[in-house]
Write a protein that binds this ligand. Structure first.
Ligand code: SF4
Length: 254
């Protein structure tokens, strides 16, 4: 084998490398293009249609009472707890107490029994009592309607605070839970590592008119279609638009 073979072999390797690189760069730039131009308004409209008929998230159901206290308490009960448990657990508790003053007087055992089998029901019972005592002593028994004030309450994180603002006080907020965080990243609409970072990016780029409904839509969508593991991309209404960032296994043909 002469130098020519090595030369040809070497140059064909270079060519192959270049082709792969061009293809990769092409795909990458296509991905960047899709991400840059992600048509959020069109997508949310399609998601809205796609989730019709699925179960409404439990806190949204409870929010129909227009009572910030009910929203706050159900949010706390719902942490790491399935919707099927949260709704009846909240209803049992609200039969015993309708406001912070009543709830803070209940014995722990009664609260625990009412909210069981919610996850960490003993800790939640204790937290709820302390929270109610704080509301009575420092907030005149009312649930604050400012994010900063809500975040000062023990046991209230950004997710609960935002949801209480949106559903309890009908004020703008962006509630980012695991579904919102995961789906916004799969869409390439955000590129973030944590739900808090997702909230900050969404506050910058999501049009304000979508803030209130974003969580509600994406939770239902995430529970039923864009599931954490193996989403139903094959039958998804936005499969043609979604870059499916980070999705390694999926159901259906798409
Ligand atoms: S196409 Fe797949 S990853 Fe994208 S939103 Fe639909 S289910 Fe989720």
């Amino acid at each position: 084998m002469g130098d020519g073979f090595f030369k040809n072999s070497y140059s064909s390797k270079i060519n192959a490398f270049l082709l792969i690189r061009i293809a990769f760069e092409g795909k990458k730039s296509e991905l960047v293009r899709i991400i840059m131009e992600f048509p959020i308004s069109k997508v949310l409209l399609r998601v809205k249609k796609a989730v019709r008929g699925f179960r409404t998230p439990s806190v949204t159901v409870i929010s129909q009472k227009n009572d910030p206290f009910a929203v706050l308490v159900s949010c706390i009960i719902s942490l790491r707890t399935r919707d099927e448990v949260t709704e009846p657990a909240s209803a049992r508790l609200f039969k015993l107490a309708k406001n912070p003053a009543q709830l803070m007087k209940l014995p722990n055992a009664k609260i625990e029994k009412a909210i069981y089998p919610a996850a960490f029901f003993r800790n939640k019972a204790q937290s709820l009592k302390e929270l109610c005592k704080n509301l009575v002593e420092n907030y005149d028994g009312q649930v604050p309607d400012k994010l900063e004030e809500l975040l000062k309450l023990k046991g209230v994180g950004r997710k609960t605070a935002n949801l209480t603002l949106i559903l309890g006080h009908d004020k703008p907020g962006i509630c980012v839970d695991i579904h919102v965080h995961r789906i916004s990243n799969r869409w390439g609409y955000v590129q973030t590592k944590t739900p808090d970072a997702t909230e900050m990016v969404l506050r910058e780029k999501l049009p304000r008119r979508y803030w209130k409904g974003y969580n509600d839509l994406l939770v239902t969508f995430g529970q039923n279609i864009c599931k954490p593991v193996s989403p139903f991309c094959g039958s998804c209404a936005i499969a043609d638009t979604c870059p499916k960032v980070g999705v390694t296994t999926r159901r259906g043909a798409s």
